[in-house]
Design a protein around this ligand. Structure first.
Ligand code: MN
Length: 204
């Protein structure tokens, strides 16, 4: 079912990291528009009842090129923002560090959580133009990082990876408040990332 993730907090609850105007535009306008357009395209393609993950994993099954490109872009815009907003919490409520199996795997592969954050922020900073930085889980339980352009994600890129965390580096995610300082936005964003959500995705 296609359903935009509803924010369980007020639009100013992520301040000072993300201001109310950015949340209202990003979630209320951009994400809402992706959701509506994707819903319309899914109906046009006769894919009602399929999940966004299924559709994005099987884009090759859509013969019409314009429709396929639309599903890829709008479906990614819908799903990527669900993943992004679900992991954000007001600073006072967010779990600020991972524990358990996820922490153990991070330490094993990256040495420390800070080293992983540095890698993810580096990928986000290095993405030319719009896109996303991702922490993913591979089928064998190992972690993988990647960046994607536009609204692509691990599913539409043909990987077998499951997203654990994502950083939106489209200008609409930060420009009202941070202007051109993408790196400052990425650094601050970790104050409102709820690692409890990442743990659940990793263990799920
Ligand atoms: Mn966005």
């Amino acid at each position: 079912m296609i359903k935009q993730y509803e924010l369980p907090f007020a639009s100013n609850a992520l301040e000072p990291v993300i201001d109310a105007a950015t949340v209202e535009t990003h979630h209320g306008k951009h994400h809402a528009a992706y959701t509506k357009t994707f819903t319309d395209l899914v109906a046009k393609a006769g894919l009602e009842g399929k999940s966004a993950e299924e559709i994005l994993k099987n884009l090759d099954a859509v013969a019409d090129e314009t429709l396929r490109t639309g599903l890829r872009n709008q479906g990614g815009g819908y799903l990527n923002h669900n993943i992004y907003f679900e992991q954000l919490r007001p600073e006072a409520e967010a779990k600020h560090a991972p524990e358990g199996a996820l922490l153990a795997q991070i330490q094993k592969q990256y040495g420390s959580v800070d080293a992983l954050i540095e890698e993810l922020n580096g990928l986000g900073a290095a993405q030319f133009g719009s896109g996303w930085s991702w922490l993913c889980k591979a089928p064998d339980g190992t972690l993988k990082t990647m960046k994607t352009p536009n609204q692509d994600n691990p599913y539409s890129c043909g990987t077998d990876l499951v997203p654990i965390l994502t950083l939106d580096v489209w200008e609409h995610a930060y420009y009202l408040q941070y202007r051109n300082r993408r790196a400052d936005y990425l650094k601050a964003l970790w104050r409102i990332i709820d690692w409890a959500v990442a743990e659940k995705r990793y263990e799920g």
